[in-house]
Design a protein around this ligand. Structure first.
Ligand code: COA
Length: 168
């Protein structure tokens, strides 16, 4: 299969939004309607336009179709914060997210980034398993007091999520 990891074009934002929102049904099951709406606002094309220049976006293209998307930014403490990585349901479990993550880690190394970090819901076991498999570890409050993760969090961690990290 012809797989390409690249930056998206603006005309592809609609396709990206469809990829991001393709997880709604799977995620919703763990929350009440109100909780879900509050914590997982539906992403729109306007959101992507607004974020331009603030975040890096990458897509995975397979035979001309966008099948995965990731976004990240670099924090003040030189940590790469992975905001999101999503693969269309039909294309999951084929190693696409792993390839995308390895690509992001390579980019991070080339930018002299010290480590990656991200937040995921504890109940999203597919994501928890995925990051563990890629050698990410659940960060503790002790980790946030020391290098390289000191200064990563803007707010106190919440009980319902894990913050994963990997030192490069
Ligand atoms: C998490 C996610 C990005 C993984 O994408 P993917 O392309 O299916 O992952 P890969 O095929 O690269 O999987 C790599 C490894 O992760 C593990 N993994 C992936 N999906 C899994 C699942 N549903 N259940 C258990 N383990 C899983 C597998 O063990 C796999 O290892 P293997 O190849 O040795 O079996 C995908 O499930 C997804 O888009 N989920 C919804 C969005 C989300 O939760 N994103 C993460 C939080 S930001």
């Amino acid at each position: 299969m012809d797989t390409l990891i690249r930056m998206p074009k603006e005309k592809e934002y609609e396709e990206i939004v469809a990829v991001i929102n393709s997880q709604i049904e799977r995620e919703k099951k763990f929350f009440t309607e109100d909780e879900y709406e509050e914590n997982f606002p539906k992403i729109t094309i306007e959101d992507l336009k607004r974020e331009r220049g603030k975040r890096y976006h990458l897509v995975v293209e397979e035979n001309g179709k966008i099948v995965a998307h990731a976004s990240y930014y670099i924090k003040m403490n030189n940590i790469l914060w992975l905001s999101q990585i999503v693969v269309l349901p039909k294309y999951q479990n084929k190693g696409i997210a792993r390839k995308l993550l390895i690509h992001i880690e390579k980019e991070a190394r080339s930018k002299k980034i010290k480590a990656l970090a991200l937040e995921t819901q504890k109940v999203f076991d597919w994501a928890v398993n995925f990051y563990k498999k890629q050698n990410y570890i659940v960060l503790s409050s002790e980790d946030f007091k020391k290098e390289p993760f000191a200064g990563t969090l803007d707010n106190n961690p919440v009980e319902s999520t894990y913050i994963f990290g990997k030192i490069l």
